[in-house]
Design a protein around this ligand. Sequence first.
Ligand code: NDP
Length: 298
Amino acid sequence: MAEAQLIDGRAIAAALRRQVAAAVAELQARHGVVPGLAAVLVGDDPASAVYVRSKARACAAAGIASFEHRLAADTPPAALLDLIAGLNADDRVDGILVQLPLPPAIEARAVIAAIDPAKDVDGFHPVNVGRLWSGVPGLVPCTPRGVMLLLRSVRADLAGAAAVVLGRSQIVGRPVAALLLAADCTVTIAHSKTCDLAAVCRAADIVVAAVGRPAMVKAAWIKPGALVIDVGINRIAAEDGGTRLVGDVDFAAAREVAGAITPVPGGVGPMTIACLLANTVAAAARRRRLSDPLQPSD
Ligand code: NDP
């Protein structure tokens, strides 16, 4: 069998970022609207600081205004909630992003619930989760939105496909499953208690792996010709004594069996920030009762 088609997340994300920049320019020219994204970082986790910086850079490149709020790790929860209330009321801010994880003393659920659902560009607010599962337009979590764009880049119509999602987290597995269901797939959600995962995967036309275990999904688990999206990001020891990133799928072997597959890095990873920008455009448009230039049918 021929080697699987490689799904190039870097190229697809770059194309989406160009579309976002064009949509931002159109919103500004036609309606005088400059979309704005506020990022809130609590504490000094270095990885979180890197993410927030790269999100600000991506906003600047797309013409989106960005506002950064850095708070000390020992910030009282009430002060964080006050900040969110201020951002909810600030008309320059269309999207509010609270970088997770939060320090242990702050309950993430309460903070997310305090964000105006119309500005919840991460799509984690219970109102947006409810909309997603009800099939009503809302803000969809970024990584799952990226997963669907990657799948659609190789197969526009997913109706009728048997899809297995490995992982049931709030930020990846569950929303991916909801989106696949909305695309008329027959969806199985697998997790750490699933029996005979290999057989469950082998029955699938689409496998989305979001587990966080290096190379757990073996080539023998993949149905020949299946579409494989690897969300996992795992840092492992490399042969040269350093480290390298691998996904949840045994990529080299699975590539011999799958019909199309994403690499790690260069697959789902680049889609997440591109979709955050797209969500900010959606929020900016919908808050003003304009149609989303990137999804005019919604
Ligand atoms: P979580 O740890 O929140 O969830 C992992 C899920 O995998 C859980 O549902 C767990 O099951 C399931 N699981 C764990 N072990 C097994 C197993 N042996 N067999 C079957 N299922 C198992 O992770 P996230 O969803 O946050 O992230 C998953 C991966 O995706 C990580 O590698 C993360 O780094 C990556 N990621 C990548 C992003 C990107 O931009 N590309 C964005 C977000 C995450 P159970 O519920 O039973 O415990």
